[in-house]
Design a protein around this ligand. Structure first.
Ligand code: HXC
Length: 498
């Protein structure tokens, strides 16, 4: 404990105690010891083989947990250490409760050779079996290298902590030796790198305590196993008419004032989310990564809802590779655990240009389309402002089987913006001077840059006023509460473009 405290860190057991409800932790397999005799290991006693496993409660509900002890051989993973983790994952699956892993490990225990790799293999296999059945949460509470990164990589939510978490396949020293590049461990796999650039981390905490309290908050939102209805109950069993709801009057007014007068000005979509959700409570997932799209959990009439919203304030809310990946993974998580989806659309399109094309915007954008189309949970979309081209389709349009699509009166649903369209349609005439650019733009705007053309074609369920939005989406989700998708064709599984 002293070793950890000197570094300003909690010990493995203190972490469990800080995370779980007071006095609820029950340890299992504490008597396990390694049986390796190579490299002088026969003389090394490693209590509980370096990882504490067991179960307890968070907010009064069962969870399974493991916590690696860095003070014991660097938290390195030997065969029995690995088996203990694989066992606790299996126990969590059988008990149908979330699994939380507190990771602090230098990777495969080098002295145990291939036996250590076998330990990892069992963990990865069980992570995959558990995926979509129970939520799996990884906290990166120290230096995690080598095999220690792939179990978190498979799990649903990864938490990093500022100035504490390091996560890389190989550390800076190996990078120098292998590819002769000078880089620090922090630059290679620090908390911010994963929360903002790689997208490996979904949450970035200020310190360990902040991290544990966010995990507890997350568990308050999400179902604890596939089929769990605990967080899916409406506030009121009566359905109140949408325009009679006593939802905050000030928020109904505020929502009318958020969009800037000019179409090309930006705004923060969090303000809209705040106006639509119960108590404005929103737990954002992947807040620092691909900020042009916002994903997170909120409640609508008490029912947990996954929200996906284009963020006008960052790159105008354009869809790029990272935003598509981020949203697709979130949608699939929600669909796996029966969490209804609310999509807020204001998107100028997929980001054009060589950088994104070469990075594979086609492959990444396809994931978003696939995830929305595949999701069978209740899906409600609100088009706030722009919905252009492929991005209009991709952001849970009626064509991808949104149950209802509402569009604000001032929204624009079109193949592309007026400027681009006029250039393409009348390029030659504009060059020769036989046509007036502004005039043609106005003509195009009148014909297409509104929601009515799409509404007439039956592609919009209803054109609405901003202040009607909360009432309409609440009513729509209440209507869909018992939705059962019957349209699936029988097959083994689809082939999502990974
Ligand atoms: C055995 C290990 C170990 C390991 C650390 N230790 N990693 N022992 N196997 N993998 C031991 C150290 O010998 C030391 O023992 C103690 O743990 C603390 O380590 P330090 O290096 O002193 O700590 P620190 O300076 O904080 O550095 C932490 C670290 C570094 C960045 C994690 O230890 C490190 O780079 N470790 C190796 C990382 C790595 O390359 N792992 C890949 C393994 S291969 P004493 O007795 O001195 O206290 C792998 C492949 C699996 O994982 C692939 C599956 C897909």
């Amino acid at each position: 404990m002293e070793k950890q405290h000197k570094k300003g860190r909690l010990h493995a057991i203190e972490r469990i105690r800080a995370l779980l409800d007071k006095d609820s932790f029950v340890e299992i397999y504490s008597g396990v010891r390694h049986n390796c005799s190579e490299f002088g290991m026969d003389k090394k006693e490693i209590p509980y083989d370096g990882v504490i496993t067991g179960f307890g409660t968070i907010n009064g509900r069962q969870v399974a947990v493991y916590s690696q002890d860095f003070t014991l051989q660097g938290g390195s993973l030997g065969f029995l250490h690995g088996r203990k983790i694989a066992d606790i994952i299996e126990a969590a699956v059988n008990a149908r409760c979330p699994l939380i892993g507190i990771n602090d490990s230098g990777g495969a225990r080098i002295q145990e050779g291939v036996n250590a790799l076998a330990g990892y293999g069992e963990i990865f296999y069980n992570n995959v079996l558990a995926s979509g059945y129970i939520p799996q949460i990884s906290i990166i509470a120290g230096s995690c290298a080598g095999g220690a990164v792939y179990s978190p990589g498979i799990t649903d939510f990864v938490f990093t902590v500022k100035s504490l978490s390091l996560l890389f396949v190989t550390g800076a020293k190996v990078v120098k030796a292998a590819v002769n590049t000078d880089i620090t461990d922090e630059e290679l796999g620090g908390a911010e790198v994963h929360a903002e650039k790689s997208g490996v981390a979904h949450f970035l905490a200020e310190n360990e305590k902040d991290c544990f309290s966010t995990v507890r908050r997350l568990l308050d939102f999400i179902p604890h196993y596939y089929g769990d209805k605990m967080n899916q109950t409406r506030n009121d069993s009566r359905i109140i008419p949408w325009n009679k709801s006593n939802f905050s009057k000030s928020k109904l007014k505020k929502i009318t004032e958020i969009l800037p007068e000019k179409q090309n000005r930006c705004y923060d979509v969090h303000e809209i989310i705040d106006c639509l959700t119960d108590d404005g409570e929103f737990l954002e997932v992947h807040a620092g990564f691909a900020r042009n799209i916002v994903t997170g959990f909120a409640r609508i009439a008490g029912v947990v809802t996954g929200i996906i919203a284009n963020q006008s304030d960052h790159l105008g809310g354009v869809l790029d590779c990272d935003a598509s990946d981020k949203a697709a993974r979130f949608i699939r998580y929600c669909d796996a655990f029966d969490i209804q989806l609310l999509t807020l659309t204001d998107v100028p399109g997929f980001l054009p240009g060589p950088q994104e094309e070469q990075k594979g915007i086609i492959r990444h954008g396809a994931k978003l389309i696939y995830a929305y189309a595949e999701a069978t949970v209740p899906k409600v979309t609100v088009i706030l402002r722009k919905a252009y081209g492929g991005a209009y389709i991709a952001m849970c349009s009626r064509h991808l089987k949104a149950d209802f699509v509402f569009a604000w009166e001032s929204s624009e649903i079109a193949v592309m913006g007026a400027e681009g369209a006029v250039q393409i349609l009348y390029g030659k005439d504009l060059k020769s001077g036989s046509m007036e650019f502004e005039e043609k733009k106005e003509e195009y705007r009148k014909s297409f840059m509104n929601p009515w053309t799409a509404a007439k074609a039956g592609n919009i369920s209803e054109v609405i006023k901003p202040e009607e939005t909360r009432g309409k989406i609440e009513a729509a989700f209440a209507f869909l509460a018992d939705k059962k998708d019957t349209g699936k064709i029988r097959k083994k599984h689809g082939n999502i473009p990974l």
